[in-house]
Design a protein around this ligand. Structure first.
Ligand code: PMP
Length: 355
């Protein structure tokens, strides 16, 4: 354990001692016992409070991980520029890290993402290109545009969060060890959704190794993602179809980050948007937690996994970010109606839809 903690410290993740700047404050988040949901299921369900990272999401860990890795390799030099394609949270993490370490930051993101994230990135000093949301196969995809932009710019790097395994490694040396310590190794299941797959692969790999394979690692998907069918079919990749209200998760391919762990995943299932949006409201009403839709999806999945593993099981998931980044959507009656989700909110929870 000590050597892992030392590695984490060397790489800039938080410890209990005083910390230095933004980078030092990343990680070491609380593990929250979700009381009401645990009592309902007869198991113990915990959420890792990643919304408490200084940039407000789980992606601060990956952002710090890829920047430090690029520095270690001599790819990123003082005064350089970091370019990334992102649904928003990695960009927000990178924008903070770049300010703290003196780099410029250029972000390419699909224009389907919430205005709150675009505004915040600009306020953090990033140059933002909100580009049409097209599939990965299309050369105009935000990720390819980020790669090409970095190539054309002097002293710039593309951090390539999807296929740069420094992302998963950041979770292997921080999120995984923290959860293991916080649960004292008494952990039956870990489940979360994936965008790049870094959180699931890095955390899952560490927990599986430490538990000698006893902790089951599951993947939860939003509608429109192909990973559940990939895993349950034993490796067949299907065409991506359908969409979800969740942001930052769902995938049409096995990224290099996910590939580092995909064969050790115990199982996968899809969570419908109706259940995720209902959980956004339920978490607020019963646990007092104001969380985004990917966190809500993860909690729905953790409850489902706890039921599958049986009464008394301990299950951990990730609370990726707060609802602040999506409130103009998630708490707007009009928006809920436009997505056909108004009827998914039980009557006693409708009072929270105040926008
Ligand atoms: N939730 C949110 C809100 C995110 O922005 C992301 C990252 N895009 C994830 C979950 C998934 O994390 P990862 O990229 O590590 O799979």
């Amino acid at each position: 354990m000590l050597s892992v903690a030392r590695t984490a410290l060397r790489r800039g993740f938080a410890t209990n001692a005083a910390v230095e700047g933004f980078n030092g404050a990343v990680g070491n988040t609380p593990l929250i016992y979700l009381k009401h949901l645990s009592e309902k299921t007869g198991s113990r369900i915990f959420g890792k409070a990643e919304f408490q990272n200084p940039g407000g999401s789980v992606k601060d860990r990956a952002a710090l991980g890829v920047v430090r890795d690029a520095e270690d390799q001599g790819l990123l030099k003082p005064g350089g520029t970091v370019v990334e394609g992102t649904a928003g949270n990695t960009g927000i993490g990178l924008a903070h890290v770049c300010r703290a370490r003196g780099y410029k930051c250029v972000i390419f993101m699909p224009n389907s993402q919430s205005q709150e994230k675009i505004d915040l990135l600009r306020m953090l000093g990033a140059e933002v290109h909100a580009v049409p949301a097209v599939a990965y196969e299309n050369p105009a995809n935000y990720n390819h545009q980020a790669r090409d932009h970095a190539k054309a710019l002097p002293n710039a790097i593309w951090t390539n969060q999807f296929d740069n395994t420094a992302n998963a490694y950041a979770h292997y040396i921080s999120t995984g060890p923290e959860i293991w310590e916080q649960t004292r190794g008494e952990l039956d299941g870990f489940i979360c959704s994936t965008g790049t797959g870094g959180t699931l692969a890095g955390t899952g790999k560490y927990l599986r190794e430490k538990s000698n394979g006893k902790t089951q690692i599951w993947l939860a998907d939003p509608p429109g993602s192909v990973l559940t069918s990939y895993i349950t079919s034993g490796g067949k990749l299907t065409e991506r179809s359908g969409s979800s209200i969740t942001e930052g998760i769902g995938q049409g391919r096995v990224t290099d980050n996910l590939a580092t762990f995909v064969n050790d995943i115990s199982g996968a299932f899809t969570v419908p948007d109706e259940k995720s949006i209902q959980m956004v409201y339920e978490l607020l009403d019963t646990e007092g937690l104001y969380l985004g839709a990917s966190s809500a999806l993860n909690v729905v999945a953790a409850v489902e996994l706890a039921l599958r593993l049986g009464k008394g099981s301990n299950v951990v998931t990730i609370l990726c970010d707060g609802a602040y980044r999506y409130q103009s959507r998630l708490f707007s009656k009009k928006w809920l109606e436009s997505k056909g989700l108004e009827s998914s909110i039980p009557d006693h929870l409708k009072k929270y839809a105040v926008l």
